[in-house]
Write a protein that binds this ligand. Structure first.
Ligand code: NCD
Length: 306
């Protein structure tokens, strides 16, 4: 198993053993997240964000600082030479002269793969259009282990925008490497991409449904997502599905006592704030896993740990 110098473009580039190894290294990062480390002293991370972000960019930066490294980058392409018409390929070939590793978020599917072909340094996909968000899937798995004690044997519902939500694309694939039962809960307009469904169905039991109420008593993990308004080609289509489901105390009436609710965040109105006070709500703890898992990835890709 070798991580040094690798790109992280799709979760499909990783075997279950490799994912388990990343999660194991993440666990070892827990104490370092508290007391800090000099493991990546002198190393530079570049964050190139062509789309809005709070958690992903800040958690990568935090992870780098906690390991003694430093960061450069932009969160608004308007202030970089992209504004002057510089191509992604050129931007990447310039930035790799400054940084040891690049984290890229871009509205176009395939952008991260494209960037990785040009860059000599590792490229991490921090979201490529509606396609994938592999590091989010890793932190989601890590949170399940932390909060539910395991992944194998879980019954997991992925709910909301399974069509345009990139986090659920990566997560569905990752979960299909484990022994889980998957419920895909969404309005029919927002069903899981066919190619992902075909792919995972060969490995695990995956049931598509619109009926949240029926699924709630069955599951151990409820993973809720935001409807990705910005990705709808037609605003009228968004209007048809907006507010089509909302998790509140009433929805959770028949939930198992140890149900955990996750959400990649940001949320709009799909999880009512009254749920925050319940023991089910783990989405803010999930944010912390983001730092831990990204510390592990940076250390592995930069060769500071094996
Ligand atoms: C997600 C994203 O950017 O895909 N956010 C995140 O990274 N946690 C989810 C979303 O925007 O709904």
């Amino acid at each position: 198993m070798r991580f040094k110098g690798r790109d992280v473009i799709s979760i499909k580039d990783f075997t279950r053993d490799e994912i388990d190894h990343i999660l194991k290294v993440a666990k070892e990062m827990e104490p370092l997240a508290e007391r800090g480390s000099e493991m990546l002293r002198g190393r530079i991370l570049a964050t190139l964000f062509f789309e809005p972000s709070t958690r992903t960019r800040l958690s990568f930066e935090t992870a780098m600082y906690k390991l003694g490294g430093t960061t450069i980058g932009f969160a608004e392409p308007e202030v970089s030479s992209v504004k002057k018409g510089e191509s992604l390929a050129d931007t990447v070939r310039v930035v790799e002269n400054y940084a040891d590793i690049i984290v890229l978020r871009h509205p176009l599917e395939g952008a991260a793969r494209f960037a990785a072909e040009y860059a000599e340094v590792p490229v991490i996909n921090a979201g490529s259009g509606a396609e994938e968000h592999p590091t989010q899937a890793l932190l989601d798995l890590y949170t399940m282990i932390r909060e539910a004690g395991r992944i194998d044997g879980l019954k997991v519902a992925l709910a909301g925008d399974l069509r345009f939500g990139r986090t659920v694309h990566s997560l569905a694939y990752a979960l299909s490497l484990y022994d889980v039962k998957l419920y895909l809960v969404s309005p029919s307009l927002l069903r899981m991409r066919r190619e992902i469904l075909e792919d995972i169905k060969g490995r695990i039991d995956a049931i598509e449904t619109e009926d949240m109420e029926k699924v709630i008593p069955e599951i151990d993990v409820l993973y809720v997502t935001r409807i990705q308004r910005e990705r709808f080609p037609d605003p009228a289509e968004y209007e048809k599905v907006r507010g089509s489901y909302r998790i509140d105390l009433e929805t959770l009436r028949n939930a198992k006592d140890n149900l955990i609710i996750l959400h990649p965040l940001p949320r709009t109105d799909e999880v009512s704030p009254e749920v925050d006070m319940t023991p089910y709500a783990k989405y803010f703890k999930q944010v912390r896993s983001g730092v831990i898992v990204r510390m592990a990835l940076l250390a592995l890709l930069l060769g500071a740990v094996e």
